[in-house]
Design a protein around this ligand. Structure first.
Ligand code: SF4
Length: 321
């Protein structure tokens, strides 16, 4: 059984100008222990998908259609109290973007982690604080620092503290949303190593959201490429890098340097992602696609299964040019 099974998910934001179709007909399945990189340019719907899974959409966001099953339970249909008590933090949790601002500056970091534990589990504060110390040790921070305030920690330590908080109630499934944004490259590498080691050690199922393919290469076993609210290609990491079939995936890879290959020219992707208030008809990538055919502006491509672990949606796979 898949730990995560998302079927035909549509998530829209209401605005004065109409609905922004931020996630449109997403299907995604994950095996237990899988580390999936969710990749795409800014504004492609990655964070909206993650917030929909965690039921943390802002006030103007809503799930219009579809199912999100965790361990075969449709978590969208659960009432908020049950979801909050039994799922959020305990079975699934979230490492937020921007560790610098995610912690409350007026409380000690250990107290903030302990609070997350005492709200969701029947334990005394003393026991929760002891767990916070263990979690600090797990993520490589001196346990004595639980009494520090956020401003007394470096950026890397704050991000590790956020990781510790996400693990506070022993979830099986975590989403890390751009966890290394705003960190310098050295601290970024250290933080990714912590996430990678913990994912393997604890057998976590993880979605790592990023726009940086090199982060995915270091940390993930599979990759889903997202464009304009759709997942356009999904495969294991080796296939994504060696044999990408969707023109958007190919363009993303061409835009990144590789230290293993011969020197090659980096190519930027022409144009920008579409406005999802009024996305292009047919394939949403068609205005930017160098391989566009007539059919691409008229029909949305279906998924083609290229192998057990490789799916893509592009007319090139099914229609003659
Ligand atoms: Fe390009 Fe057409 Fe494939 Fe879309 S469906 S990626 S426009 S070739």
């Amino acid at each position: 059984m898949k730990i995560l099974d998302i079927q035909n998910l549509k998530t829209y934001y209401s605005t004065f100008k109409g609905d922004v179709m931020a996630v449109d007909d997403v299907r995604l399945q994950m095996d237990r222990g899988e580390a999936l990189g969710l990749v795409g340019e800014s504004g492609c719907g990655k964070t909206t998908l993650a917030l929909a899974i965690m039921r943390l959409l802002p006030w103007n966001g809503r799930i219009v259609e579809g199912k999100i099953k965790l361990d075969d339970v449709d978590i969208i249909s659960l009432d908020e109290k049950t979801f909050d008590k039994d799922y959020r933090w305990k079975k699934m949790s979230y490492i937020f973007q921007g560790a610098m601002n995610a912690l409350n500056p007026v409380f000690k970091v250990g107290d903030q982690i302990a609070e997350a534990i005492t709200i969701h589990e029947d334990v005394e504060k003393k026991e929760a604080l002891e767990r916070a110390r263990e979690l600090f040790e797990l993520v490589g921070i001196d346990p004595e620092r639980v009494i520090s305030y956020p401003h007394e920690l470096s950026g890397g330590m704050k991000q590790r503290a956020m990781i510790a908080m996400a693990l506070a109630c022993n979830p099986d499934f975590i989403i890390a949303d751009e966890p290394t944004t705003a960190l310098d490259v050295i601290v970024q590498a250290q933080t990714l190593k912590v996430i990678n080691d913990l994912q393997k050690k604890l057998g976590l199922t993880m979605i790592l959201i990023t726009h940086d393919l090199s982060v995915v290469a270091q940390t993930c076993t599979t990759c889903a490429i997202m464009y304009a609210g759709n997942i356009v290609e999904y495969a294991d990491i080796e296939t994504i890098f060696k044999d990408p079939v969707h023109p958007y995936t190919q363009a993303l890879i061409s835009a990144f340097p590789s230290i293993k290959e011969d020197r090659r020219e980096l190519k930027s992707i022409a144009g920008v992602p579409p406005n999802l208030l009024d996305p292009p008809t047919g394939c949403r990538f068609n205005p930017r696609c160098p391989n566009r055919m007539d059919v691409c502006t008229k029909e949305k491509p279906e998924y083609t299964e290229l192998s057990d672990n490789h799916l893509a949606s592009c007319h090139l796979l099914t229609k003659e040019a």
